[in-house]
Design a protein around this ligand. Structure first.
Ligand SMILES: [Fe+2]
Ligand SMILES: [Fe+2]
Length: 359
């Protein structure tokens, strides 16, 4: 576990910190308690039996432990190990009290998480100065930790705000396109949710599925650039008009091009490729098979299925069975055959969405 070396302490002033003194020699305990009290530390508790120390630690939650190394029942290193079991979020702050100055002992103590050493016999001035230094480090660390938490929270909020705004702008852009089109607002909601389901069914990550759901409503954004006499013409388009109509894919791509956002980049791909066909007979670029971006292929299936099963000014709504047959008949011609099979597999879920999002 990646734990901070110095735990975040709750005190705001070093003199308010809680200190636990553990030493089997009563005289040492009393001396340290006296030194600490005399220098303004009022929250000091003591233990002469290391087994009591663990229990006191649990209740008292000291900011600093002054811990003797050589004690009966449990030595200082064992006590540290017990304290570490209690402190799951951070290391307990421990200063070792020892008369034993050999290197091996010191390394063992440091390895077990001790922060410093106090050597017996004590020099009172040195002891108090060291304790104050260590508590100051804890205090600073605490402040930095708190600042970091506040900053983290702010960053999270701003990031969320940005993502929300981006999504909102995208949704409003799609809505703008609907005003120019015969297709209803419900069409883009249904086809975008079908797209999500289909993407999920073929195993795309939930992140990609969500991007697809939010990007696909912009598939026909390019219709903004098609003149009214063609876009809103009640009858069939002639060849020249149809050529103009087909430019909506390229116009959409241009409207959405050059973005740094994943969402808009995906929307651009969809706008450009949702009329490409698996056999290469689609527009605007006659892309074939897997050269057509997956998002374009997914949207093609979902867009057409919804168009077929919806009523439009120029046509009645097709029964689901007839629309499914149309997908099957065009599998490998207009549509990616793998996607058609998957779409039929998840048809019950698709129809649930259709029912809940009727025009
Ligand atoms: Fe389109
Ligand atoms: Fe559409």
């Amino acid at each position: 576990m990646n734990r901070p070396k110095y735990p975040g302490k709750s005190f705001e002033n070093v003199l308010d910190s809680k200190i636990l003194v553990v030493d089997d020699e009563e005289s040492n305990v009393r001396l340290l308690e006296y030194l600490l009290n005399r220098n303004g530390y009022s929250s000091v508790r003591c233990a002469t039996d290391p087994r009591d120390a663990v229990q006191i630690y649990r209740e008292f939650r000291p900011d600093l432990v002054l811990l003797d190394l050589d004690m009966p029942y449990m030595d200082g290193v064992e006590v540290i190990e017990k304290l570490q079991e209690i402190e799951t979020e951070s290391y307990p702050s421990v200063v070792i009290i020892t008369a034993n100055n050999n290197e091996e002992t010191k390394i063992r103590c440091l390895a077990s998480g001790a922060m410093d050493f106090l050597t017996k016999p004590f020099n009172g001035v040195e002891v108090v100065a060291r304790i104050k230094n260590i508590l100051n480090v804890c205090l600073l660390h605490n402040r930095i930790n708190q600042q970091n938490k506040i900053l983290d929270q702010k960053i999270r909020e701003r990031t969320q705000e940005l993502a929300d705004t981006r999504l909102e702008v995208a949704q409003r852009l799609s809505r703008a396109a609907e005003y120019r089109d015969n297709e209803t607002g419900m069409h883009v909601i249904r086809m975008s949710r079908y797209s999500y389901l289909l993407a999920d069914a073929i195993g795309l990550s939930s992140n990609l599925c969500e991007l697809l759901q939010h990007a696909s409503p912009m598939h026909d954004i390019g219709k903004i650039g098609i003149p009214d006499n063609i876009l809103l013409k009640p009858g069939k388009l002639d060849n020249a008009e149809w050529e103009v109509m087909k430019t909506h894919a390229e116009i959409g791509g241009q409207i959405l091009s050059g973005s740094g956002s994943n969402l808009i980049q995906m929307a651009e791909n969809i706008a450009r490729t949702h009329h490409e066909k698996w056999d290469g007979s689609g527009y605007p670029n006659g892309l074939k098979g897997e050269d057509i971006p997956l998002e374009g292929r997914i949207v093609a299936v979902c867009d057409v299925f919804d168009a077929l099963t919806s009523e439009r000014p120029y046509k009645k709504e097709w029964p689901v069975e007839k629309a499914v047959q149309e997908l099957k008949d065009n599998s490998g011609i207009h549509f990616d055959p793998v996607l058609v099979n998957k779409f039929i597999e998840i048809l019950p879920e698709i129809l649930k969405v259709r029912e809940s999002c009727r025009d």
